[in-house]
Design a binder for this molecule. Sequence first.
Ligand code: FDA
Length: 503
Amino acid sequence: AAVEFAPAVVVGSGYGGAVAALRLGRAGIRTLVLEMGRLWNTPGPDGKVFCSTLSPDRRSMWFRTRTEAPLATFLWLDVVNRDISPYPGVLDRVHFDAMSVYVGRGVGGGSLVNGGMAVTPRPDYFAEQFPAVDVDEMYGTYFPRARAMLGVNSVDPDWFESTEWYRFTRTSRQAAANAGLKTAFVPNVYDFGYMEKEAAGTAARSALAGEVIYGNNHGKRSLDKTYLAAALGTGNVTVHTQERVRSVSRAADGTYVLTADLVDDTGAVTGTRQYGCTYLFLAGGSLGTSELLVRARDTGTLPDLNAEVGAGWGPNGNTMLGRANHVWDTVGANQATMPVMGIDDWSNAGNPVFAEIAPLPMGFEHWVSLYLAITKNPERAAFTYDTAAGAVRLGWTAEQSAVSVGMARKLFDRINAANATIYRYDLFGTPSKVFADDFTYHPLGGCVLGRATDDYGRVKGYSRLYVTDGSLVPGNIGVNPFVTITALAERTMARVLAEDTAP
Ligand code: FDA
């Protein structure tokens, strides 16, 4: 088959891919972005690009016959999920043996489905996780650059205190305060000016209409509206959609060769395409990049990749849970989907946890306080290649999740004790499952900075091969990760464009 050549290829269009595409395009380098998901810009029969969370259709999930929402049940009833027809929907849940991982699919990757929380990690913990990175340069240059490009903003504190849409957050803040715990506002990429108009009834509702995990029709500054729009604006960047890169190898002249499957709307592979490039940027996310590199090493197409490829994976200590409030502590029938506050107990050396106060917008008063706890779980796992199945496996175990649960339980036992409240037992399927410990929103690692790559994301063993996504982060960053991923990608691109691409 004919090989289509581009000077630079970027695999994936999430945070790492979007930064790479923009910086390459601005440097005048012709760049091709390959993305397995769709471009989300065409309205469906209902006039909307994305379907609603409460009545999901085929647009919701990646080739499924039934949705797989994080909260499976309410009062143990299977009321949340719906039968759908297979389609390249925007949210995927990838199942490994003891852990499943939610990821976004489409031009913009995770930015299409996430909660928009744009949190910069604590410098001391960042330094602990990235000992070889210059912290002053990160916090002086790359974090500010990332936040500016991502369009990070904050909820107006006066509006927050008065609006019905954040009653659920204020109720959780009070419960934390009763236990002597600190809470902090967290910024977001959702446009809060727009949200106030939604509340006033002068703009179409999105965050105030329950939209988030299956995409936001308005208000969200996802990557297709920020980095990727700017990348396309350079005139040097092209995006191919519904092309899934399957393998990577290197030709005798040192260029890279990629094989991509063309995936149609039914999920059928209708053909393959081959691409060649001088510079290859892997940005398929922790799962996508790890899978490509582990397969390349273990099938011998890139045999010089080192043993660190696939290692250092963690779920950012994610544990979800719900508490039942007293009948007088209401959370409100109306809840904004964009979280704006977290319980910050990270400096508790005995049990560091940062717990996001999460919405549960069901359209009626349910007295549930929901949380996504990020715990400092030190456990890590590795991806390995299963030759017989031709698939990549993840070695994470239920015992490793139990470490996160133990830390989340310590914090929330305190909150329950101070408020005389209990956990909710009906939200996560299995009878009496209190802690959702079998899924994560924050897959991190698999190609860790300084181990599988040099200190700038250059893959060891090869030249002109780079990683720019969440697989660089060693399993845990203590806060929601996309600001860190974006800032590290900015740092990599600045270095690579200064040192590697000169003629
Ligand atoms: P990302 O996953 O964004 O992008 C990878 C892209 O590559 C995808 O579009 C994928 O389809 C594509 N791809 C993969 N393999 C490929 C292949 N072989 N060929 C072609 N394309 C391929 N974080 C945060 O900071 N704040 C928050 O509020 C939230 N909330 C949240 C909610 C939910 C529901 C989810 C699922 C996730 C979050 N996150 C989050 C996490 C955040 O979205 C995540 O950390 C980043 O999207 C990761 O960015 P990456 O660039 O690493 O990959």
